[in-house]
Design a protein around this ligand. Structure first.
Ligand code: FES
Length: 171
């Protein structure tokens, strides 16, 4: 089966005819030519495919595109808004050399942006909906950042510098 789905991706509407079995990651990469989001494991384990859906970080390899009609998707290509300027976290990743091969970086960036929103909204654990009611902002020390970013693997082991880059935008 196929259905027409309209997604807002990085602020622009896209209407695509999708096979019900296709996941968002493949639609982004193959239909919309947004190849920033990466396919690592394709089974929800590595986080390389992380995007924001209505502000919430999710593994796009696990999301059936047909379920996302009318949703707002932000990929690494859209983090900086209109694309004229990098997102402050992208700047911080550059300043801190927070990558080696770079394959996990788009997912790390999207995940960190979602994570900062979750913590600011007071959510105690990782991967929750930042729009859901919570409490006062959660302070983010290094252990909290590592724990909340634990869904994003980096095979090069750039974790210390990724944490430093995230700390840069918190300060
Ligand atoms: Fe989606 Fe690994 S490719 S979590």
């Amino acid at each position: 089966h196929h259905s027409e789905v309209t997604l807002r991706v990085n602020g622009k509407p896209h209407t695509v005819l999708v096979d019900h079995r296709r996941v968002l990651l493949d639609v982004l990469r193959e239909d919309l030519d947004l190849t920033g989001s990466k396919k690592g494991c394709d089974q929800g384990q590595c986080g390389a495919c992380t995007v924001l859906v209505d502000g919430r970080r999710l593994n796009s390899c696990l999301l059936l595109a047909v379920t996302l009609d009318g949703r707002e998707v932000t990929t690494v290509e859209g983090l900086g808004g209109d694309g004229e300027q990098p997102h402050p976290l992208q700047r911080a990743f550059l300043d801190r050399d927070a990558f080696q091969c770079g394959y996990c970086t788009p997912g790390q960036l999207c995940s960190a942006v979602g994570m900062l929103a979750e913590a600011a909204a007071g959510h105690p654990s990782h991967v929750t909906d930042p729009a859901a009611p919570a409490g006062p902002p959660v302070p983010l020390g290094r252990p909290e950042i590592r724990e909340r970013m634990s869904g994003n693997l980096c095979r090069c082991g750039a974790y210390p510098r990724i944490v430093e880059a995230i700390e840069d935008v918190i300060e």
